[in-house]
Design a protein around this ligand. Structure first.
Ligand code: ZN
Length: 156
């Protein structure tokens, strides 16, 4: 373990990123999988990161219940303001990964992305986030889910 840490230059609390070519296939840390993964947490933050932005966007669009769900457990142990947060359904199997520079990368793994989801992602990209969608980084159900990675360009 120590040797592995030295080789990969991992700092404590930094998440191992998925890299199939290097044989790195870390487990999924989402609530459904309930695995403890170093440097990773299930859910997203409620008051920072993409969740408040998406909630405000949903509210502004006045979308109804069929298109969104109230997410009460995005952030473990937080049951305050989160009850009022409206989160689009593509935010499925959410988790977050601590990067080497201290930023959190927010990941959702939906089974599909529709046009509304693409518009949400464009909205995040226009508001200071790097957004990528990949199949090869999926952890929850590789081959079926897509890894939507949302990383703040600056500290947020
Ligand atoms: Zn999972």
């Amino acid at each position: 373990m120590i040797l592995d840490d030295l080789l990969t230059d991992d700092a404590p609390g930094v998440a191992k990123l998925t890299d199939p070519d290097a044989g790195q296939m870390p487990p999924c840390p989402c609530y459904g999988c309930a695995k403890r993964v170093p440097g990773a947490m299930p859910g997203w933050h409620l008051r920072k990161g993409p969740a408040p932005l998406l909630g405000a966007r949903q509210r502004a669009a006045q979308l109804g219940p069929p298109d969104v769900r109230r997410w009460e457990f995005l952030e473990h142990g937080d049951h305050g303001d989160g009850r009022e947060l409206l989160i689009p359904t593509w935010v499925d199997h959410p988790y977050r990964l601590r990067l080497r520079d201290g930023r959190w990368r927010y990941v959702a793994e939906p089974y599909e992305l529709d046009a509304a989801a693409a518009a949400d992602l464009a909205h995040l990209a226009a508001n200071g986030y790097e957004v990528t969608v990949t199949a090869w980084q999926a952890r929850h159900y590789p081959g079926h889910t897509l890894a939507v990675s949302i990383t703040p360009e600056a500290t947020r």
